[in-house]
Design a protein around this ligand. Sequence first.
Ligand code: HEM
Length: 508
Amino acid sequence: MFLTIFATSILVVILLYIFGEQEKDVPPGPSSVPILGSIPFVPKRFRHGGRLHIPKLFNYLAQTYGPISRVYLGPLPTIVISDLDLVKEAFKKDEITSRPPMRPFHEFRYGTEDGGQRGVILSSGKEWQEQRRFSMRQLKDFGFGRSSMEDMIQVEVQKLVNSLHMETGQPLDLNFKMNISIVNALWVILVGERLELDDARLLDIVKTLDKLLRGAQVSGLLSVLFPTLYKYFHPRFALAKNTFESMRSLMTQAIEDHRQRFNPDEAPNDFIECYLQEIQSTSDPQSSFYQDQGLKSLDCVLIDLFMGGSETTSITLVWTFLCLLHHPDVQDRIHQELDSIIGPDSVPQLQDLPTLPYLRAVMTETLRVSSVVPNGVPHYVTVSTKVGGYLLPKGSAVMANIISPHLNPKVYEDPEEFNPQRFLDPDGKFQMPNSSQFAPFSLGKRFCLGQTLAEQEYYLFLAGILQKFKIHNPQEQTLPNYRFSADDANTGFVRYAPKYEVILESRE
Ligand code: HEM
């Protein structure tokens, strides 16, 4: 007995000697034990149905330990950065630009020769640089062939408005409607095919994406340290595998169809055609666009753009309508502005946005209160480095706690309240008084690749719908709360709006 205590004490002293030095400058945070990490030390109120409410936990860490903290999510050290100036400093660094290696995902996503991921959301290094640069260029290139990106989106806005006209006067769940139209707009841009809103394939993609994103959990990070255990025992792995595979079969089919009719001499009409041209013109075998490598990366990039660009944008619209139901005066002011600047007959266009300061303030305020990607997407430290005076050790995940500064009372007065007025100056002009603490699309080298497209879609759909309809709360419905403190449901990467219905009244 005595011998065991003696040996254990010696071991503890040796471990403290070895690791104590390294631990000196790391960010503060809750205690941890092997395997379970900090979970036993996390207040119970952050666990819902056996899952951690990550955004609320991170908010608590910001309040308790300051702008940089460290928590062990299971055995994985995770640095949480809750100040956007520090996020910017961190995410500019090459040492924190990679994603965590998630090898089990190779079962259903193509990997690179060096064991990394293909595509853009989960990839790192050269693959990520090349694929991101190309995708950003195409999505910023104002369209394909003879149609501008704006034209492509406008067609989908009109289709949605026409279909909503058939459903006025009765309770309606806008969630699925928004989702279908946003995915359809992406489908036109990426695949070049216009689908009807009730097309079976479209409904299939929307359902699959919804399952994939609602199922995505921060606990997926466990696959970094325990790939085999994760693969065989984590219940989410099978779900991710099935849903990724359904997405993949849709993408493979779309790529095959394009390859059959591909003519490198014709101007490309969609993203896939641009990509096939890039493959055709690449002669460097080291490039991620080279021949078969290029086709594998294309498969992953397409899935990533649908994953990144579908629910995020449609949910932002759904949050907006919920906030407007709570604040009918705000809806009235949007209608007044649209009526006086655009009128009932012209279609709201991108060039009109600078002349619509109130609508712009509403959009900015919704992006702030909803923060639909509250903690970004995990980054990974590949070489130990310092941020804000703290050491971020190699092998740690790094999360940008975006929602925390958005709801910080020192930055935004009465922060949980939806109040577009805070983005207007006394003359009613749009203003961004705290622009350094506003970043719904994250910051640094990996900021959202689809930001411009998302902002355009958000505006065109919102203005298009509100020009034609007034939205009401059905009499029998108690409106769900939009405030973060009332949100006990969202434990994944995306912050979903609670379910509610609206009644649409035509303004024509
Ligand atoms: C309101 C809508 C959107 C929001 C709030 C949003 C937010 C974000 C955030 C916070 C990140 C994480 C950045 C990081 O890792 O630091 C991200 C990444 C990403 N987003 Fe978005 N996003 C939106 C719409 C879109 C759209 C429309 C697309 C494309 C069609 C898109 C594609 C991506 C991709 C590909 C990434 C990964 C970038 C990379 O790893 O380099 N997103 N987004």
